[in-house]
Design a binder for this molecule. Structure first.
Ligand code: OGA
Ligand code: MN
Length: 199
């Protein structure tokens, strides 16, 4: 079972790439359900301590809610099942889940960063589901994951193309990562399992 592979991989290497997490039609339905007119410039930091910085990231984001339609509600449900499995097997104490839709226009990137804002550690596991049905080698926009073995290591341990239906999950506090400049519009749903209820 994929969920067992996920649990093994998180305990050993700290990340897991889940191929075909969603089917092509599930991805298409999610994309249709996104209320695109509500997309906003992404900002660095938690949504309560916003500071704009276009030199670090150039994507547009939209926080998602299950009320946005059935495909999105189904996605929340899948992520809730995984949350319960992770708590049962790994005692992570994950209390909640926040997710946003991200769109990188052509030319956008997200420089190397960690996912917890300064002095915070409520984000335990990062999840990124990719929505790009026609991604081709050469389109850019790959996710780079850096080694957690050494602070400030510049060793890249994974280069992941943002292909539709594929998901990566990783320990948020362990892995610096970045998004390479994309040549095509690049879309994803990025989420975090949290140790506190989302306020
Ligand atoms: C993020 C992030 C990675 C990706 O939104 O914090 O690192 O591949 N996203 O989109
Ligand atoms: Mn990130």
């Amino acid at each position: 079972m994929k969920i067992d592979n996920l649990i093994d991989a998180l305990t050993t290497q700290g990340y897991y790439v889940w191929d075909n997490f969603l089917s092509a039609s599930e991805v298409a339905h999610i994309k249709e359900a996104i209320p695109e007119d509500q997309l906003k410039d992404a900002r660095i930091g938690h949504r309560h301590t916003l500071q704009g910085n276009r030199e670090i990231r150039g994507d547009l984001t939209l926080w998602l809610e299950p009320t946005m339609g059935e495909p999105i509600a189904n996605y929340f449900e899948k992520m809730e099942d995984i949350r319960q499995s992770l708590n049962r097997e790994l005692y992570l104490g994950l209390r909640d889940f926040e997710i946003h839709f991200c769109r990188y226009p052509s030319g956008a990137y997200y420089k190397r960063h960690n996912d917890n804002a300064r002095n915070q550690n409520r984000r335990k596991i990062t999840t990124v589901l990719y929505l790009n049905e026609s991604w081709q080698p050469g389109d850019g926009g790959e996710l780079l994951i850096y080694s957690r073995e050494k602070l400030d290591s510049d060793e890249v341990i994974l280069t992941l193309p943002p292909k539709a239906g594929q998901m990566i999950l990783f320990l948020s506090e362990d892995f610096p990562h970045e998004v390479l400049p994309t040549k095509e519009m690049r879309e994803s749903i990025t989420g975090w399992y949290l140790t506190e209820p989302f306020l």
